[in-house]
Write a protein of this length. Structure first.
Length: 482
């Protein structure tokens, strides 16, 4: 359809609120607004909408409810809706990642440049640093906080995990803050004793599973044993124990490499065999491995998109057969689209969660603006290093929040005002990954047309919106949100 400057000049803004639009690959038109609402149009209805013959539209009242068409009370209702969707901007930061060690017993293909050998105990966090980390975390401005133990392999420095958990729990009670814990582990150093202790202390457990035995062991090299066998055993055990205690199932993360692309069915089947209820189709990030590895591990954006679509189609087919299984990235976008509040996913925000949503505390007391920032730090790229831990928590928090990194991260990842992103129909649902752009293009500001993370997000959203136009698949996807 033709949308010319003359059409724009006839727009009656007394009736219609600001909107963005785009043509979807299946030729229908989607409009969105800053209350994160969307609506599909046929060409004809879109013309009626633009010519302000809105009363002719069959879904007039629906458009009023979504604030595309103004009614008497739209401003008051709209302010509330926009505030709810952006409530995270007043709460800084809530997710605190603690790198307890750089050591690990694995040498995964996408990590081996960064991991320290098991004998290198100098890369463990000590008690003094751990205490200062906890004090800094608990005095940030959020009332509700999560401490996530990250590693390289966090169970290698298990005594510090225990120390932080106990010390932070006591301090949080004293300060009347809500605190939750999670640990990211390859599970190969898990034991019955550790499992009980972690769950008794409300430490949630998350692991990595790169699919079936062939795909997993191909990516995740472990010279002492069969990594897939060990992680499968512990996934089952952790799930059993968690279910006994009425907790959520264990959460597993997949990292997609070139060799796993054609094996999407086997990978999803492996997750289902282990009684997991979701998979996170994470693309590869270029942080740890050397450039030579990228050539064997990485893939083109379109190859990942093809993998994503096939995987999602397969998962939807399984759902049609009664197997309840979800794809987590799709879930995040569905929550962005349908929930009345932001889903609290640190990346996909404007401004992004870097520095103000999550921060990472390295084993040596260095504080980074995010998990990826500390990975870059490990590669000798210190551009997103915020501060060392200071003598007092107050000084640390002040140094974090007043660092140039924080200011630049907020300013450069806020889509309002970023050319291209700001005008795009998917602006309410996407984010700009400034660290990715910095690492791959050498610039945190990068034209959106060349931003491959944006390209991936647009393809995901195109596909989700296509699925939402089919009543059967729409029902399945909406059921995931229940
Ligand atoms: S990806 Fe995880 S398990 Fe693999 S080597 Fe790195 S830290 Fe270890």
């Amino acid at each position: 359809m033709n949308f010319t400057i003359d059409t724009i000049n006839t727009l009656d803004t007394n009736k219609i609120w600001f909107f963005r639009f785009k043509k979807l690959p299946n030729a229908s038109i989607i409009i969105t607004n800053d209350a994160w609402k969307f609506h599909f149009f046929s060409d004809k209805d879109f013309k009626n909408f633009l010519s302000w013959d809105v009363e002719k539209l069959s879904n007039y009242s629906d458009l009023v409810k979504k604030w595309f068409i103004k009614d008497t009370w739209y401003q008051e209702k709209l302010v509330w809706s926009v505030a709810m969707k952006n409530h995270f901007v007043g709460i800084w930061p809530t997710l605190h990642m603690v790198v307890t060690t750089l050591r690990c017993n694995h040498k995964c293909k996408y990590c081996h440049a960064a991991v320290a050998p098991m004998s290198a105990k100098q890369f463990d966090m000590d008690e003094d640093t751990a205490r200062k980390v906890v004090d800094a975390i608990l005095h940030t401005n959020s009332q509700s906080l999560t401490i996530e133990f990250q590693g390289w392999e966090s169970l290698v420095n298990y005594p510090i995990v225990q120390f932080i958990t106990e010390y932070a729990t006591t301090r949080a009670q004293h300060l009347q803050k809500q605190l939750s814990f999670s640990i990211v582990t390859n599970l190969t150093l898990m034991s019955e004793e550790k499992l009980s202790w972690l769950l008794d202390h409300q430490v949630d457990i998350c692991t990595s599973l790169d699919g079936d035995e062939l795909s997993h062991n191909n990516n995740r090299t472990w010279y002492e044993w069969n990594s897939f066998e060990m992680v499968s055993y512990w996934i089952k055990r952790v799930s059993e124990e968690k279910q006994k205690r009425g907790m959520w199932k264990i959460w597993a993360l997949l990292t997609v490499t070139k060799e796993t692309l054609p094996r999407y069915r086997e990978i999803i089947d492996a997750y289902i065999d282990l009684d997991l209820d979701s998979i996170f189709l994470r693309w590869l990030n270029p942080y740890w491995f050397a450039a030579s590895d990228l050539r064997t591990l990485a893939y083109k954006d379109d190859e990942w998109i093809d993998f994503y679509k096939k995987s999602l189609d397969y998962i939807i087919e399984l759902n049609k057969k009664g197997i309840k299984f979800k794809e987590s990235m799709t879930m995040v976008y569905l929550m962005k689209i349908f929930s009345s509040i932001d889903p609290w996913y640190m990346d996909i925000r404007s401004p992004s969660g870097i520095a103000i949503g999550w921060v990472a505390y390295n084993y040596d007391g260095k504080v980074y603006a995010s998990d990826e920032s500390r990975m870059l730090g490990r590669m000798g790229i210190e551009d997103f290093f915020m501060t060392e831990l200071q003598e007092t928590w107050k000084d640390t928090y002040w140094a974090m929040m007043n660092s140039d990194i924080t200011k630049i991260a907020v300013q450069s990842s806020c889509l309002d005002g970023l050319p291209g992103y700001n005008e795009h129909a998917y602006k309410p649902f996407v984010w700009v990954d400034i660290i990715h752009n910095f690492k791959t293009k050498g610039n945190i500001y990068y034209p959106y047309k060349k931003d491959n993370k944006f390209y991936l997000q647009e393809a995901i959203l195109d596909y989700i919106f296509e699925k939402l136009q089919n009543p059967e698949t729409e029902k399945i996807l909406l059921d995931w949100l229940q």
